[in-house]
Ligand binder design. Sequence first.
Ligand code: PA5
Length: 444
Amino acid sequence: MTAHAISRLAIDDRNLFIHHPDGNAVSAADVAALSPRLEGLRAKIKTWQQATQCSFLNLPAITDLNEIKRQGQRIARTFKRVVVFGIGGSSLGGEMLVRTLGDRDPKTVAVRFYDNVDPSTLDELNRLDIKETLFLVISKSGNTAETLAQFLTMLPRMEHALGDDAVGQHSLFITENKQGALYELAQRLAVPTIVHPPIGGRYSVLSVVGLLPAYIAGVDIDGVMEGARAMARRCADPDILQNPAFYNGAAQYLHAEHGRTISVVMPYADNMRFIVNWFRQLWAESLGKIDAQGRHRGLTPTEAHGVTDQHSQLQLLLEGPDDKLVTFLSNPSFRYLGLRIPMRFQDIPAIKALAGHTIGELFVSELKATRTTLTRRGRPNRTLTLLDHDAYAIGELIVLLEMETVVVAELMGVDPFDQPAVEESKTLTREYLACVTHAHDLED
Ligand code: PA5
């Protein structure tokens, strides 16, 4: 596949197939040869697309945006701030949309995500004006310890500030499990509840889970979903040469088979970092599994941040082990942005090359230089180019990355939608807590 623009997301995958000094390369023909192994996935895609199916691929078509807007408008009319409690798939997608596409107008309702139980961070909540705040609590299972603890520790403060009866007016829960603790709390505290779709957290961003906080924060959710629908159509194409997720997913799988099991995402745009946070969970939790033969599989997602990490990780990417594949995220508008470096001091050699150029020109030149240097050394990389404020392009990117994950999982022989091993740690946390009478009991 050559460089091509898909609507507003350009995928340049040519450098996935570069010459390798030791011959350890992947070719476009190798990718095409994997096509028969995607037969099972093609059948699944047909099922996922059926109108009655709630699947990650179908969410762009079936999610009720009018209902999300109705809820969002009511919240925006009533509150100045929304605090989202949730973790993993219940927060990362929404936070990505809010922080990447959210309205920076101070009149827009502020939406803040708390996805940890670091006590010093949660202390911020002591300074909140609770009367102006809605607490949006998101948990598919309704039993997640961190999320429940966040809400339960707020509850006495809410009751004190609002009176017992008003807690329900300042809270909204999104949950699926009617046997879960969150659902039970909703009943006892008269908190309205929205049903979480029957879809795993890390694939739920294009449902009410991600879209409601996004809409409240001023995100163009129609644009996101339009882009997502366009990419969902492309990602359902059975032809591996036409389907960008089949093609790029298969190429990443082949590179992993050649030892490149570390997936480095390198955004050259500060606010695209939240895309990487969301992607890391998607990639890690979906692929890190034991396959049917008992083999430990998975690709390790990691971030390098352009340009900052050129002065931190680039040396490793260039001359360290050949175990990485780099995906650059690039914003084409940056070359036109930024202040101009004055023409003065050109007699100083280090300033001469900079003089007269904008900060944006420097930024984009550094991306090009990093990419070329990697390519010259046979280090595979690809570039996804999009405007960081383009809702349509972000919608496309979300579906592309979800489908690539599913393609790699299919080829590896693991289930991308479960996370069987994390249960042990959750159970142990509860067991440790049960033994704690005083904080010092937790000393290692
Ligand atoms: O993607 C997933 O399934 C997980 O990361 C969950 O989103 C995370 O564990 C939170 O679960 P819950 O939404 O049940 O609170």
